[in-house]
Design a protein around this ligand. Structure first.
Ligand code: TXA
Ligand code: MG
Length: 340
């Protein structure tokens, strides 16, 4: 499908973003997690444009972004006490809650479900924007379906140039991976997606919350598809290089993503045993200090670099299985290359 062709601009002009959104257009918006592709969340026409620009299937529902609590109660019919507890602690912030929707929420937003996902982002410019509008903003991550999420205005531009009129530039995203999603359906409290709020932080507030099974081909949260965040470069975890070593050997240059620099020499000698060494390796480090929040912030921009540098293969190390390392490993699992 060919939408209208725009001369996409990047800037900090809030009144312009407001005007465009009110007129039913889409705008790239900054949040603390990743950039969103925003449109009027109560207008079927704007929502349709989002799916079209992203090339996203309609079975994958969208999150509504709000700037104040009054708006939450306009959109949902019930907020259980356990949900209130999370909201009080983590909003504005990288937490999305799934609650029973009111009629005002279009079915297109929820892909026909009776439950809607809502979040209040922690970004001054976007909070100002949201509080200047009378409607919530539907905003999926501003990447084409199944590609890596954008963490800067330039990333959005590189992929949606020509498809939207404006990108509001709010700088680099501080968290760097998407929000944690928690659903409140009946008595069941489920963590549907790990993200910027850690599992430990959620469990501390709500010990009875359970982590949803990791996604299958037909997931509970429909967007939680098995392969999702993949760059064009084929990514393989370090523990699987044996299965691929003949292809790696054939490849000219190989990317290696280290979680932290201290593991470099060990990996260097492992790679040498399969014939990969010296300037055939392009090294990337997610965190200089072994800090998982820093690693999360750098993850998606590092995956983009592999493509920008036209690498065909890259090996990555898993993050330690705690704090934001869990969300990083979730994204890496979905980004890894698997044979058809
Ligand atoms: O950090 C974030 O959450 C970013 C920023 C822009 O806010 N947004 C984001 O949106 O990651 P998106 O569309 O890329 O991912 C939203 C996820 C999808 O997996 C979708 O299936 C799930 O949330 N989701 C949305 N509404 C849902 C609903 N009503 N029921 C179940 N899952 C839902
Ligand atoms: Mg996304």
């Amino acid at each position: 499908m060919n939408g209208p062709v725009f001369n996409t601009e990047i800037g900090c002009d809030l009144p312009r973003a407001i005007e465009l959104l009110k007129a039913g257009n889409l705008v790239g918006i900054p949040t603390e997690t990743v950039y969103g592709l925003a449109g009027n969340g109560l207008s079927a026409d704007s929502i349709f444009k989002i799916f079209e620009a992203k090339n996203r299937p309609f079975f994958d529902p969208l999150i509504l972004h709000i700037g104040n609590m009054e708006m939450l109660y306009e959109l949902v019919s019930d907020v259980p006490d356990s949900c209130k507890k999370l909201i009080e602690k983590f909003w504005p912030g990288p937490l999305t809650v799934i609650l029973p929707k009111k009629e005002i929420v279009p079915d297109l937003i929820t892909s026909g479900s009776d439950f809607v996902a809502v979040r209040m982002p922690k970004h001054q410019l976007t909070l100002k924007l949201l509080n200047s509008l009378t409607f919530p903003l539907a905003a999926p991550s501003a990447n084409p379906f199944k590609y890596v999420s954008p963490t800067s205005a330039l990333h959005v531009y590189q992929q949606l140039n020509g498809k939207i009129p404006y990108i509001l530039d709010g700088g680099d995203c501080k968290i760097g991976i998407e929000s944690t999603i928690v659903s409140f359906m009946g008595d069941e409290i489920k963590i549907q997606r790990l993200g910027g709020i850690t599992l430990e932080e959620i469990m501390q507030e709500i010990p009875e919350a359970i982590l949803a099974n990791q996604p299958e081909d037909h997931p509970v949260a429909p967007g939680q598809l098995k392969h999702h965040y993949a760059p064009g470069c084929k990514l393989i975890p370090v523990d699987k290089i044996d299965s691929w070593d003949f292809e790696l050997i054939d490849s000219e240059k190989i990317g290696v993503i280290l979680f932290e620099p201290t593991s470099k020499s060990e990996l260097e000698s492992d790679l040498k045993t399969i014939g990969i060494s010296g300037n055939r390796i392009k090294w990337y480090v997610l965190t200089e200090s072994g800090n998982s929040a820093e690693a999360a912030q750098n993850l998606f921009s590092t995956l983009r670099k592999l493509d920008n540098e036209l690498l065909k293969w890259a090996i990555f190390q898993w993050a330690p299985e705690k704090e934001l390392g869990l969300a990083i490993n979730d994204r890496l699992t979905k980004a890894q290359y698997l044979p058809k």
